[in-house]
Design a binder for this molecule. Structure first.
Ligand SMILES: [Zn+2]
Length: 264
């Protein structure tokens, strides 16, 4: 038997053993995601015995999934969504597949379906392959740890800004400190404040004339009520969406409702 044949057979044996490792890793990952404790996972517990992580990624993910028989699963994850908005930022369209736990540091999760999420180019590039030791800086799993049922995003009208908003994170007080830190970090890291403010400003630019008409016709109280209705409608779609928070923040600002948003 040639040296190469022996080497390949050894790799085959190791890869077959890797299937069991990957299955156990996927289960541990799902349990951590379900309990919002992804920050407790350690890279050393998600290695594939005897195979370097780069090799696992080449064989299993690149050759096996993105360019191999698993391509249908890849396409299903990318396309099988009701909406095409990136679940990490809820701001930009999905264009890429991201490993929630980076495949370089967590090779045993490189094809775990729960670890693969379609995201936008900005979030994927910003996130990169970095792994942090700081629990408060572990990014949230967009599906399991989405924090969508409680309000944590707020905004306020900036002084003299004609309705320009400043977004910030205000986690509910009963949240665990580490989870609140994670959402604050995610907000800063993915530059959500700036991105949401820009969206709200763009929306306001297109509505300024309409809102001024509402104010003239129905006075400040009528305008506030109208903005509250828009906020409620957007909240029903996404409680922490930038639009729901924008309308409720404009409605809550007395100067805004009296016309501070009107520019000459
Ligand atoms: Zn994104």
């Amino acid at each position: 038997m040639s040296r190469d044949t022996t080497k390949n057979e050894n790799l085959g044996t190791r890869l077959r053993a890797a299937a069991d490792i990957a299955e156990a890793a996927a289960k541990a990952f799902r349990a951590a995601a379900l309990s919002c404790t992804l920050h407790n996972l350690k890279s050393e517990d998600f290695q594939v015995t005897d195979i370097p992580s780069a090799r696992v990624s080449d064989i299993v993910y690149d050759s096996g999934m993105t360019n191999g028989p698993g391509r249908a699963i890849y396409d299903e994850i990318m396309d099988g969504r009701d909406e095409n908005l990136c679940p990490m930022c809820r701001h930009t369209e999905v264009t890429q597949l991201d490993h929630v736990m980076p495949k370089k540091a967590f090779p045993a999760l490189c094809v775990a379906p729960d670890n693969l999420v379609g995201v936008c180019e900005f979030c994927n590039r910003t996130k990169g392959d970095d792994v942090t030791e700081d629990a408060g800086k572990v990014l949230l799993h967009p599906y399991f740890e989405d924090a969508a049922t409680e309000r944590w995003l707020e905004a306020e009208v900036t002084p003299g800004g004609a309705g320009v908003l400043r977004y910030f994170v205000a986690p509910p007080p009963h949240w665990e400190a580490v989870f609140a830190d994670r959402i604050r970090h995610q907000f800063d890291f993915l530059k959500l404040g700036k991105r949401y403010s820009s969206k709200a400003n763009q929306t306001l630019s297109g509505m300024r004339q309409h809102l001024a008409h509402q104010l003239r016709t129905n006075d400040a109280t009528g305008l506030r009520k109208y903005l509250e209705e828009l906020a409620a409608s957007h909240r029903a779609d996404d409680l922490n969406g930038w639009a729901a928070v924008a309308y409720s923040s404009w409605a809550a600002d007395a100067a805004f409702c009296q016309g501070s948003f009107i520019t000459l």
